[in-house]
Design a protein around this ligand. Structure first.
Ligand code: ZN
Length: 316
């Protein structure tokens, strides 16, 4: 049995079991017998996705869309294998991500640059190309018909330039990928949720992220669905948190000074200090060592992304 959260309005979620529990959620939108899958996690998640479909009474053929919020591999790594199983589905991806799904070699090279060869192989295995004719390169406001509802694709840069959100007016929600941050359930306090900005490499852009967050909030969604990790309540308050954090990240990066080989480490140190402050502010009860373990990958990726941002800004 796969544990599936049923949020109502045709929205379900389950744990993709990427790296650890409660890291990556895959969402299913179901309307009138048709299914859209939001994000695909990695290859090893596909049996879970098929299992969840079966448990809900659906066949792979009932899937109309596999929608990718962006082509970072914790979201898109499993898309090729999943598309092979879901024969009627189209892959929906940002125009900037489309060619990478048809030929994933560059994506894999990028991931090897971040994680190293061995770790990249371990995390993602072999990336399977998706036939071009099955890819919808979705420009801003592309409308997807799913049963009796519509999913609207929103071009939402800031975390990555190949980032889409999917607006579901029927459920009054937005699937936000990574642009509305991450919200780990381990940090919840009496139902109070926290968010953290994710600035992973190589296309973090603070102003674009602010604009995307405001665009999402302008739709007045009741709740949001994040890939890391699923339902986020009180979008307005959490959006304020993110806007404050973007300013803090920028300040940490700028304070780290010259590109002298030690800057990335200084940014990491600054982020850890910020996370400690955030722990106080939000009243996180998770012991410091467990919190460090939980946020280690984020601290690492966020500092790399901020360092890359400073470099690209210096070049511009
Ligand atoms: Zn990402």
């Amino acid at each position: 049995m796969i544990l599936i959260d049923n949020y109502g309005s045709g929205i379900h979620a389950f744990d993709a079991q990427y790296e650890r529990p409660l890291r990556v959620a895959i969402h299913l939108v179901i309307d009138n017998g048709r299914v859209a899958i939001i994000d695909a996690a990695h290859n090893a998640s596909t049996p879970l996705t098929l299992g969840a479909l079966a448990q809900l009474g659906f066949k792979p053929e009932d899937v109309d869309y596999v929608c990718l919020t962006h082509v970072h591999l914790d979201h898109a790594g499993g898309a090729g294998v999943l598309m092979r199983e879901c024969r009627n589905a189209k892959l929906v991806v940002h125009p900037r991500g489309a060619r990478h799904m048809a030929d994933p070699s560059q994506l894999m090279a990028g991931v090897k640059a971040v994680y190293g060869n061995e770790e990249a192989e371990r995390r993602y295995g072999e990336l399977i190309p998706v036939p071009e004719e099955r890819i919808i390169a979705a420009a801003d406001e592309t409308s997807l018909k799913l049963g009796n509802r519509e999913l609207l694709c929103l071009d939402t840069p800031g975390h990555a330039r190949h980032h889409l959100c999917f607006y579901d007016a029927t459920a009054n929600t937005v699937f936000t990928g990574d642009v509305f941050g991450v919200s780990y359930r381990e940090l919840d306090i009496d139902g109070q949720q926290s968010v953290l900005v994710t600035s992973s490499p190589v296309q973090f852009e603070p102003q674009a992220m602010r604009d995307s967050i405001r665009r999402i909030l302008a739709l007045q969604p009741e709740v949001l669905y994040l890939t890391h990790f699923s339902q986020l309540r009180e979008p307005v308050a959490r959006g304020d948190d993110l806007l404050r954090q973007i300013d803090a990240y920028v300040a940490i990066a700028e304070k780290a000074g010259a590109d002298d080989g030690g800057r990335c480490q200084r940014i990491t140190d600054g982020l850890w200090q910020f996370f400690d402050e955030e722990a106080q502010r939000r009243g996180w009860t998770l012991p410091r060592e467990e919190r460090r373990a939980l946020l280690a990958l984020d601290a690492d990726l966020n500092s790399q992304g901020l360092d890359v941002w400073l470099k690209s800004r210096a070049k511009a």
